[in-house]
Write a protein that binds this ligand. Sequence first.
Ligand code: PYC
Length: 310
Amino acid sequence: MRVIDSHTEGEPTRVIIEGGPDLGNGSLKERRALMAKDYDHVRRSLILEPRGSDVLVGALLCPPTDPSCDTGVIFFNNTGYLNMCGHGAIGVAVTLAHLGLVNDGIVKLETPVGIVSITMDGPNKASVKNVASYLYQADVTIDVDGIGSVTGDIAWGGNWFFLVQDWPFDLRLENQEQLTHYSRCIKNTLQKNQITGKDGEEIDHVELFGNPEREGANSKNFVLCPGDAYDRSPCGTGTSAKLACLAAKGQLQPKEVWVQDSIINSRFEAFYDLNDKQEIIPTITGRAYVYAEATILQHDDDPFKNGIVL
Ligand code: PYC
């Protein structure tokens, strides 16, 4: 398989550009399910050690069902499949630009949860117009073993998030193990208490917010992704969920810019528009850089040709 690796504000994306599985012509949701059932070894081989890492998000490009889109895309990581991925969408767009495949400065991607449109602002900067995002439940209080009472919002930004404002401990990179532990405990408590997103969907991302350190930022975040790696970028779908919460609470107006820093102090700038159904459509801007073009090799007798599976 040929892949191109990039990082978006520190968070890597590996795009399969040749040799990926043919998943047929079903909906993107159906193709994602088919990949999970019959081709999960491709995900494991590309993302797990020794060829990948827990931080990596993979993107399989496939023909779109909607002819207005440039490509379909299925995102996956070290534990399974994502719905949408904001940093990954920027990574795909910058990768396509690197390959000379973006003509008019706009890339339209069909994902399993809807179409996102990406506007290139130079070779390394792009803005993703995401799927409609919304606050599902505000101020949900849970009792987390070892932490105590934690209150957060449940929101959709292309993935499901539990967003905790004013996190009382320092959001600093040197505390990442502790932050990972807390976030995992929060996620376990949500699962134990069957607290979900709409239609019983699992809340698989936890997002903690604190005061920013850098000039110009509104906030700093720590996002724990499914699979327990933290997002090095400020998380595109997480920032979309944040905008949905701010908008629902009357704390951010359409077109007002929200500057979200990540735990490594990388940055997304974001705003939202309202569509004709009065839904929140976030736009997230960030930078991505291609850093490798590679051919992934698998030898038949390699015991770890499909990754190290614990
Ligand atoms: O940027 O939306 C995102 C994302 C989700 C998981 C990792 N990054």
